[in-house]
Design a protein around this ligand. Structure first.
Ligand SMILES: [Zn+2]
Length: 395
């Protein structure tokens, strides 16, 4: 009788699994077969796999979703800030990234060919309301706002574009946000708004009247939104906007996550709905706006790990209508992250030039995309070299 083939390709054994979409928060084994999650159970002891990896003492989560980052400059000036999705995502447990507005309807073909189809990390997009996306200064031109063309392009590319982006519009009016919402209505997708308020364009009106429930305000912990009163209390209109369903997203980046705003807000219960980085090439090292570092900063400000993972997986997936990702459900693509959570004394820098001492640091140990181990910081999936007898490469 030949030995039967192992049932699974890989089992991650004994990790602390946090999968908010399925209510998992405890020690479990995860089995993967054919690139999909095959089983998640505390009793997979008898099961066999081609490879088994001991991840005890570590946290296992769905691959993170970064709802706001930058990988495409629309062929113009923002090109210098573009990142490589794999080089950014894989060492950071981030298996899905959403390019926030790099492409517009006239140049989205380059985004699909050179970015979406070119990397292992899953790349989705928010299509810019402006025809040429983030092409230099173009977003500031009212004539470039084209809601019908934007919506048509989104409808024609449903696996790629999951929303509309309005950003960097410095005219004093609401034209950009209103055009983006019109496109969002026509295409049936949410809008992400990045905006600098003006005398005419008031922030409370943007989130209470112009954005719809389900639309996203990114950068809400940035200096230009003075919603903390002199007593450091969160303004009543913020709670109203949250109640009507506006999504508040971190969008850390170089300018938009200030500890001075976030700390009192989180203390009062006004944390982010979604955690994202606004990562681009110049924000990666100062102030280190990656997903694990941004989550670490929020942990140090008092957010529980389970909540931070929820806001980096299940919630962003729901916001963009992609509940098939950000989960370890059986049958889902096996996008998995393994993290080490250290307790000690660590320092963090924010976008306002400030420093914070913290007690937690989350860092990525392993990243799997569709079942393939693409990042393995300490070789957990590899045999000890002393056990290998010849010059054959170990798989
Ligand atoms: Zn951005």
């Amino acid at each position: 009788m030949p030995e039967s083939a192992p049932k699974y390709d890989l089992i991650l054994r004994g990790g602390w699994v946090i999968d908010p979409a399925n209510g998992h928060d405890g020690v479990m084994d995860i089995a993967i077969a054919g690139g999909k999650i095959a089983a998640v159970d505390s009793r997979l002891a008898g099961a066999s796999a081609k490879k088994e990896v001991d991840v005890s003492g570590l946290h296992v989560t769905p691959g993170l979703i970064d709802l706001h980052a930058h990988f495409y400059g629309g062929g113009g000036g923002f090109k210098d800030f573009e990142m490589n999705p794999d080089m950014y995502g894989l060492p950071n447990g981030t298996t899905t990234v959403v390019d926030a507005g790099g492409a517009g309807w006239t140049n989205y073909g380059g985004f699909i060919d050179k970015v979406v189809h070119a990397f292992r990390v899953r790349v989705l997009g928010l299509l810019n309301i402006c025809a040429n996306g983030m092409y230099t200064h173009h977003e500031n031109d009212p004539k470039s706002l084209m809601p019908e063309d934007c919506a048509r392009t989104i409808r024609e590319n449903p696996g790629v574009f999951v929303g509309v982006k309005t950003a960097h519009y410095m005219q004093p009016d609401y034209a950009s946000v209103d055009a983006a919402v019109k496109a969002g209505d026509l295409a049936g997708v949410p809008v992400m708004m990045d905006s600098w308020p003006s005398e005419v364009r008031q922030y409370p009106d943007m989130i209470l009247k112009h954005l719809r429930p389900g639309d996203i305000h990114t950068h809400f912990y940035a200096q230009q939104f003075p919603w903390l009163g002199p007593d450091r209390k969160v303004a009543a209109y913020m709670w109203q906007a949250r109640k009507r369903g506006v999504i508040f997203d971190v969008g850390h980046g170089g300018g938009s996550f200030w500890f001075r705003i976030a700390a009192p807000a989180i203390e009062q219960g006004f944390g982010p709905d979604t955690i994202s980085t606004d990562a681009h090439s110049t924000s990666l090292y100062m102030p280190r706006a990656t997903m694990p570092v941004t989550i670490s900063k929020l942990l140090c400000l008092g957010m529980p790990l389970q909540e931070a993972i929820d806001r980096s997986t299940r919630v962003p997936a729901k916001v963009i209508g992609r509940s098939d990702i950000g989960t370890l459900s059986v049958g889902a693509e096996a996008d998995v992250a393994v993290f080490e959570l250290e307790r000690g004394k660590f320092g963090y820098v924010d976008s306002g030039g400030a420093r914070m001492d913290g007690d937690s640091r989350l860092s990525c140990m392993m990243t799997l995309r569709a079942g393939a181990v693409l990042y393995d910081r300490e070789g957990l999936t590899r045999p000890d070299y002393r056990t290998l007898g010849d010059y054959k490469r170990a798989d």
